[in-house]
Design a protein around this ligand. Structure first.
Ligand code: XLS
Ligand code: NI
Ligand code: NI
Length: 438
């Protein structure tokens, strides 16, 4: 039998809300039906290769702390393959159906691009085998175009055209492997696509280059016959002062301006929404309204630290509101709930990786159940519907259908003399009603 990396931990069972076993699910039961659909299909959980396998627990004041026996410090292909085996043991024990990677956290940057490609190909072949053995599927792949020093000024938005080409080469191969491994989608997170000072930046030119880059990606997608969607992942800042894909609305505007909207959906991350000064449900709603709610990166920030702390999501209000919005827009098709989250550097043991994912999965399972109950109850939706009822007939309907003019509105207002029908927004009542389900 192959070497086990987590020999003391078996498959994580479902034991129900009464259980105190830290290595059991209290709420996530893969086959439990919610609104007639198994939980696992609603949530489509994914684990990330980067934080989980490669994260060392370092921060800007201290080096790595975590025990990760599969991170030998070597960057040989053999090590990369051993690590892949450790990862699949982990996700399989948790019953997580999907995973995600960056090209350069699977293998190394190599001594040059050719070498990096060869390493990536070797690991890719291995992943294909392990995926077939375990049934674990690829949710999405992406290219890591931000760690290497060559990307200091950005990748597709670099001031240097050679850098653009390296970024394109990386995305090309990452798309090849995403396709080959049956990935459901492909993600673009604009690592350093932004600026740190406008004094040295031709913003228009950089945005145009990003548009060009994404068009090339669309062309390549057609060429190789990859059918999954492209997801853009908004984030307002970090590492740059201003990232071009700053929030859902900015991304949608960019995609529309450059004629790319039909090819992209959004991958909304909680901590990124918070950094943008928005709630997760706001970002999801904006994406949903545009028919572009694709996938989510599940984590959360700290309420007082102003950076991307990528904590595991353990807040029930967050997951309930998230799932309420996801259900409202018809659920995930290609996307899912991807734990782009890392354990604290003080949580340094291998078991903590299990505790963290169990916590996140249970919190999302509860969020899903709460959301479904709120929907079945119907009071919230009825309240909203009723709040807009003046638009369902008379002048409201005429305006909505585009048949009314300013003159019609004026005639209507003059006839009324004054507005008398305003009603309370009932925020506090609704918040209390929401609490009934938590
Ligand atoms: C970083 C991003 C990154 C993307 C994938 O903040 O969340 O992890 O999800 O490149
Ligand atoms: Ni992310
Ligand atoms: Ni992030």
């Amino acid at each position: 039998m192959a070497k086990q990396f987590f020999p003391k931990i078996g498959n994580i069972p479902f034991e129900g809300p009464g259980s105190t076993n830290p290595l059991a699910f209290k709420h996530y039961q893969a086959d439990e039906l919610i609104e007639g659909r198994p939980m696992k299909d609603h949530l489509r959980f994914a684990a990330v290769y980067w934080h989980t396998m490669r994260g060392a627990g370092g921060d800007m004041f201290g080096s790595g702390t975590v025990n990760r026996p599969w991170n030998t410090g070597e960057c040989s292909t053999k090590d990369a393959i051993t690590r892949a085996r450790a990862f699949f043991e982990f996700v399989t024990k948790l019953g997580i159906p999907f995973y995600c990677w960056h090209d350069r956290d699977l293998a190394s940057h190599g001594k040059d691009l050719k070498d990096a490609n060869a390493q990536f190909d070797a690991v890719g072949k291995e992943l294909k085998k392990i995926q077939a053995d375990t049934g674990v599927q690829l949710l999405w792949g992406t290219a890591q175009n931000f760690v290497h020093p060559r990307y200091m000024h950005g990748a597709a938005t670099s001031c240097n055209a050679d850098v653009f080409c390296f970024a394109a080469a990386q995305v090309k191969r990452a798309m090849d492997w995403t396709h080959e491994l049956g990935g459901q989608g492909y993600v673009f997170w604009g690592g350093r696509e932004g600026y740190t000072t406008l004094l040295n930046t031709d913003l228009k030119r950089e945005m145009d280059h990003l548009g060009r880059f994404l068009h090339m990606a669309v062309d390549y997608k057609k060429k190789i016959g990859f059918k999954g969607p492209f997801f853009i992942e908004p984030k307002p800042k970090e590492p740059t002062k201003h990232q071009y894909d700053s929030d859902a609305a900015a991304c949608l505007n960019f995609l529309r301006e450059y004629g790319l909207l039909e090819h992209f959906q959004l991958n909304i991350e909680v901590n990124h929404a918070w950094l943008a000064g928005k709630t997760m449900e706001h970002e999801l709603e904006v994406a949903g309204c545009a028919g572009a709610l694709g996938s989510i990166d599940a984590n959360m920030g700290d309420y007082f630290l102003g950076w991307d702390t990528d904590q595991f999501p353990t807040d029930l209000y967050l997951t309930a509101k998230t799932m309420l919005t996801v259900l409202k827009y018809g659920g995930f098709k290609y996307g899912g709930v991807n734990f782009d989250a890392k354990v604290r550097r003080e949580s340094f043991t291998e078991e903590d990786l299990f505790y963290a994912h169990i916590a996140g999965m249970d919190t999302f399972a509860r969020g899903l159940k709460i959301a479904a109950k709120i929907r079945a109850d119907g009071r919230l939706a009825d309240f909203v519907k009723n709040r807009y009822r003046t638009w369902d007939s008379g002048i409201g309907q005429k305006i909505e259908s585009g048949k009314a003019t300013f003159a019609d509105c004026e005639r209507h207002a003059l006839k009324l003399g004054n507005v008398t029908g305003l009603e309370s927004g009932r925020q506090e009542l609704l918040e209390a009603m929401f609490n009934e389900f938590i």
